[in-house]
Design a binder for this molecule. Structure first.
Ligand code: UFG
Length: 331
């Protein structure tokens, strides 16, 4: 019996695979390596190279392996890119979910844990955001993921495929043993970009906007450690295997940090100056995104271990400072 991790070579997927393997599970990874890294895949997992939109590829996996559950990370996740190339997001994210659910239906795989996002909420009316709040995305990325959530709900209704949608807030950090970390090309996320400035790989940080409706004018986000996120997925799998109904959970720390506060925290952790300037707003950024994550704590018994953003940044810094070229697998 194996768990299929779609997108297991990516940043969050690779941390999930590590956690699953270390908890004794058999893991099969499906990844087209469009943004992931072969070197990030835990050597104890079995790797299939291919695209989840390719039904023949999925059939090969489901015929060869005894898959009991799917954890789905195989999606694009860059908000600004989705504003410029919306169809790329609907094709890969939303389209990929259709093929995956069809294959799960045909091979009678009953459980899926899905990487959803805070971006499905759009501009929240109240803070912190609850799972029951309206989902009105303001960017194609968020909409592509909301459509995937709704597809899963109908697939549950029609075929009995049970799902947990985990709505991530801002994921950061790296495995504490320093073996895997965050390496996107090009990098767009705040924490790794700050790390690159601290390393001297970039001249300065551009803070996108300081006239938002927040205490210091810069966007406020809720940072959650990638290993805490992996733990939540494992709990979500157990929740489904125990026969519970489909559900959605926010995953965040319930504490917001502004971009300026993140910069200050990184200066403290790294001891580096980290030059920064204020730049124009980036399209698609809501003022603040902070999660109410008590539902995951109560229902899944999720207990995040990293509750201080300095500790999250410290693990990111460890990975970046020991892997100055990331996975070093780009031409
Ligand atoms: N930012 C900068 N300068 C940079 C990069 C980012 O100021 O060079 C700012 C952004 O404008 C934003 C904040 O840092 O205010 C965080 O930006 P990220 O790109 O790191 O993350 P996002 O908040 O855009 O998106 C992330 C995930 C999404 C998820 C979202 C939910 O990438 O998948 O968090 O909160 F939906």
């Amino acid at each position: 019996m194996s768990i299929l991790v779609a997108g297991g070579a990516g940043y969050i997927g690779s941390h999930m695979v590590k956690q699953l393997v270390e908890s004794g599970e058999e893991v099969v990874v499906a990844d087209n390596l469009s943004t992931g890294h072969k070197k990030a895949i835990n050597p104890k997992a079995k790797f299939y190279y291919g695209d989840i939109r390719d039904r023949a590829f999925l059939d090969r996996i489901f015929v060869n392996e005894d898959i009991t559950a799917v954890v789905h990370f195989a999606a694009f996740s860059i908000v600004p890119e989705s504003m410029q190339e919306p169809l790329k997001y609907f094709d890969n994210n939303t389209g990929g979910m259709i093929t995956l659910l069809e294959a799960m239906r045909d091979f009678k795989v009953k459980y899926i844990v899905f990487s959803s996002t805070a971006a499905t909420y759009g501009i929240p009316e109240t803070m912190p955001i609850k799972e029951t709040d309206p989902q009105q995305p303001i960017n194609p990325y968020g909409l592509s993921k909301l459509m995937m959530e709704k597809m899963m709900a109908w697939a549950d209704e029609a075929y009995g495929i049970k799902f947990v949608a985990l709505r991530y807030f801002n994921v950061a950090g790296a495995a504490a043993d320093g073996t895997i970390g965050e390496d996107h090309g090009p990098e767009t996320h705040l924490v790794p970009i700050i790390m690159q400035v601290a390393q001297g790989k970039r001249a300065e940080l551009s803070i996108f906007g300081d006239d938002y409706n927040t205490p210091d004018g810069t966007n406020v986000r809720d940072y959650v450690h990638v290993m805490d996120l992996a733990d939540a997925h494992i709990l979500a799998l157990k929740y489904l295997e125990a026969g519970n109904p489909s559900n959605a959970f926010n995953l965040g720390s319930s504490t917001g940090f502004s971009n300026k506060e993140m910069l200050e925290a990184a200066r403290e952790v790294t001891g580096k100056e980290i030059p920064a300037k204020i730049a124009p707003r980036r399209p698609g950024d809501p003022d603040s995104l902070v999660a109410a994550s008590d539902k995951a704590r109560e229902v899944l018994n999720w207990q995040p271990k990293y509750d201080d953003v300095h500790d999250i940044i410290a693990t990111a810094w460890q990975w970046h400072s020991t892997h100055p070229k990331g996975y070093d697998d780009r031409n």
